[in-house]
Design a protein around this ligand. Structure first.
Ligand code: AMP
Ligand code: MG
Length: 320
């Protein structure tokens, strides 16, 4: 069974294909504005203009033609409405043209399921860290439950905002990571964690005050050490609370080596299992949507309109 998945919730347009649960294609392109952040209509324009090319590349990679696809899955939300609509329209059109089922997939569940697939960890605590989302999640009683989350901005957003202030273009994460490696001085920054929830706006305000007086390398280093420690502390608490013995980090920020290193060390200290997710699956991608669609293949196709505020814990997970 071939399932084609489309990702378009924000900056990335991606198409992935799975064959009986195995990823056989994963193509994407990310909008990288020269200045500023992501503007919704520009993201939608990027996705519309690249959709045909990314679609063909994925089909070529899999050695398939469109009529061989058995089901179309798309990222239904959460996300930004304008780019979300692109994935929805492409999937709905292809489904009706070829008379195949179309399923809407929760984007966050895509990140979680591809993490389980790529690491082979059955039932881990999952730290989901991307631009807009920061959540500590684990499976309990039929749903992915959010045990902790950001009270304000996502970790990726924080990093991108600080990056923008020092003239780095989107996505700033990889560049901040490089600067952080050269940082030598730890600047004490606000550390804000309540139970398993975290908050980053205090960090943002603090950094904006010192940004002119400190070296970017030291700021990047201190920012990573502070924010990532908060995330790993929340993850550790969730592991203890839910008696889970493994951790994965998923989402765009999971590409960061320092964050993975901290997760690894924490897990070593508790005798828990930690596995890194490969880069091709950390940021937004179509394969994760195709794979989540595969897991949900027997579910009845319900309402497939885009849902910008689609919550991870609102989905019944019938396949686990
Ligand atoms: P996503 O929305 O899941 O594709 O994640 C995108 C976010 O990941 C953006 O905010 C990026 O700045 C961030 N990101 C990507 N690579 C890294 C990295 N190496 N370190 C930290 N953040 C990163
Ligand atoms: Mg994402």
């Amino acid at each position: 069974m071939y399932i084609l998945g489309i990702e378009s919730t924000a900056h990335t347009f991606g198409v992935g294909i799975v064959k009986d649960g195995e990823v056989i294609a994963n193509q994407r392109d990310t909008l990288k504005p020269e200045k500023g952040g992501i503007i919704p209509r520009e993201a939608a324009a990027h996705h519309y203009s690249l959709a045909p090319e990314i679609l063909s590349k994925a089909l070529n990679e899999a050695g398939l033609s469109l009529k061989e696809i058995d089901m179309f899955a798309f990222s239904q939300g959460p996300g930004i409405l304008s780019p979300l609509k692109v994935g929805y329209q492409v999937a709905a059109f292809l489904g009706s043209k070829f008379g195949k089922k179309v399923v809407g997939v929760n984007h966050c569940i895509g990140h979680l399921e591809i993490a389980r697939l790529a690491t082979g960890l059955e039932d881990p605590v999952m730290l989901y860290v991307s631009g807009g989302n920061t959540q500590v999640i684990t499976f309990q009683e039929g749903r992915y439950r959010v045990f902790g989350e950001t009270q304000d901005i996502g970790i990726g957003n924080l990093i991108d905002k600080i990056g923008r202030r020092v003239g780095l273009s989107f996505p700033a994460g990889p560049k901040i990571e490089e600067y952080a490696k050269k940082g030598r001085k730890y600047i004490k920054m606000p550390y804000s964690i309540k139970g398993m929830d975290v908050s980053f706006s205090g960090l943002e305000t603090f950094i904006s005050r010192i940004i002119k007086n400190e070296k970017i390398e030291d700021i990047a280093y201190s920012l990573q050490e502070t924010a990532f420690s908060m995330l790993i502390e929340a993850s550790e608490r969730a592991m203890a609370y839910c008696s889970k013995s493994s951790l994965v980090i998923t989402g765009g920020v999971a590409a960061n080596s320092r964050l993975n290193e901290m997760g690894e060390r924490m897990c070593q200290q508790r005798g828990a299992d930690f596995r890194r997710i490969p880069m091709e699956f950390s940021g937004d991608n179509g394969a994760m949507i195709a794979y989540a669609g595969y897991l949900m293949r027997d579910q009845r196709a319900k309402d497939i309109m885009p849902k910008p505020y689609f919550r991870t814990d609102s989905v019944d997970i019938g396949y686990r």
